[in-house]
Design a protein around this ligand. Sequence first.
Ligand SMILES: [Zn+2]
Length: 248
Amino acid sequence: MLIDVHCHLTAPEFEGRVREVVEKSVEAGVKAIITSGLGYEDGLKALEISDYRIVYPSLGVSPYMLEGYERVIELIGRESRRIVAIGEVGLDYWRVRDDEERNRQRRVFREFIELSKSLDLPLIIHSRSAGRYALEILFEMKAERVIMHAFDGAAKHAVKAVEKGYMFSIPPSIARSQQKRNLVKRIPLENLLLESDSPVLSPVAGQVNYPWNILVSAEWIGKIKGVPIEKVIEATGRNAAEILDLRL
Ligand SMILES: [Zn+2]
């Protein structure tokens, strides 16, 4: 099963053509798409466009735009039965250099981890330039259902997370990223997922990305692991359905 565990169908790039993008994804063989709302308003939109046949919502915030995150926490509490994950949430040390602001990111991140545990929902983690720090907090708080999305940290840190059963979703930008290829080399197929992160992280820099480009991720994973693409699609689909509790 081809499953895109993380993208943003509510992004301005797709305005007025969400249905078309979903239809084209289905034609390409995509069976499920998790669209991630960023912030309260976007979260409402993510809920609204979810059809629970192909499109499913997750709710979170950008770690560098935490204004009003309390409302997102309330929304998650209210809609916990209608969402498949909390996310993306996490840390972004690439955009935020200020110590105070990073402290705030960590504080808010802990609140979301706590929430995911109390609601028993999986987490989709953003950890740009902060992979090991995000993992430290997740380990310390004993988070169990975790998807590390577009992880840009060192493979040696990822390996520790694999030991705890964490999943790593691989974006189509693997076509232009040696770091992502190293990561795939070190992570077993049992811990890999496919994500597009559309509209960003396309295989070609600067282009708008689409959910069906998870086929590019699958192809690269197959090449690196030396297995047919069908096997990658089957394994990552099974992993995704299991951690997100999707009944497809
Ligand atoms: Zn994203």
